[in-house]
Design a protein around this ligand. Sequence first.
Ligand code: SF4
Length: 299
Amino acid sequence: MPSTPCEPLRKQGYQFFSPTSTAALKPCLWCKRALQGGDMCYKHQFYGIDSHRCVQMTPTLRCNQRCLFCWRSFEHEPREEEECPPETILAGIRKFQKKALAGYNAVLDNTVTDERWKEALEPKHVAISLSGEPTLYTKLPELIDLFHQNGYTTFLVSNGTNPAMLKKCNPFQMYISLDAPDRETYLKVCRPVSDYWDRIQESLGLLGKRRSAIRITLVKGLNDYAPEQYARILQDSGATFVEIKGYMYLGYSQNRLARENMPEHAEVRSFAEKVASACDYRFKDENTLSRVVVLEQKQ
Ligand code: SF4
């Protein structure tokens, strides 16, 4: 069993906020691309988030599901000796983001402008979405409030298995994953430690009262059927947005799935249109490179 924090993850660029917890950040590919003057991620296109000022992090790498499409390793489960205090995480945000982006310094990399580098050192947004299930971290509501008090906006991305914790959280935008149209598919695709299907439905029911999004990761041949059943669940939830995103053959998911499980963007778009035609959501935008379509609730 590897020591905590997990050494393989450190080698992959994870920066851990403390030596005994699994709270970590890791800039995403788009953050680095944006720094070099390239494209920003679809969250810029859809919601106006600047990729080079966004911190991708998690307060814990623990998770209660083992989704087939997840990019994390289930073989190298990092053990967590204790939770990292919210204040320690807040204090480490700028420091570790700077460390993680060190190779993209404007002096070292002439594709990076001084202006973007300076902006990147003052992040504005925290995406609690790196890996692991953040609602398993007992101080999540305090952490989110602390981020807001310090001028950050937040996206919280959860698998929805812990509605009691979600009720206490107040992020700028709450995401819940819905990766199956029914219980049987959920158990097969997400492989939870216990059957959380009813809890996920309860969490989805919280979304109508707030700025929110449902994320569907579409895996070809596994969960890309019954659009009308997805539509019924979306309709009941009242979420503000729905992101339907094609599975990407990346990371450790390559050990569980095949390249053929990646739908083309046209297939994602066609599925999204079928879902939208069966509920009160309409097409809002799409990003071909990321194979994602966003729907929004009709007014
Ligand atoms: S819930 Fe998220 S972190 Fe957990 S296994 Fe699924 S995709 Fe990975």
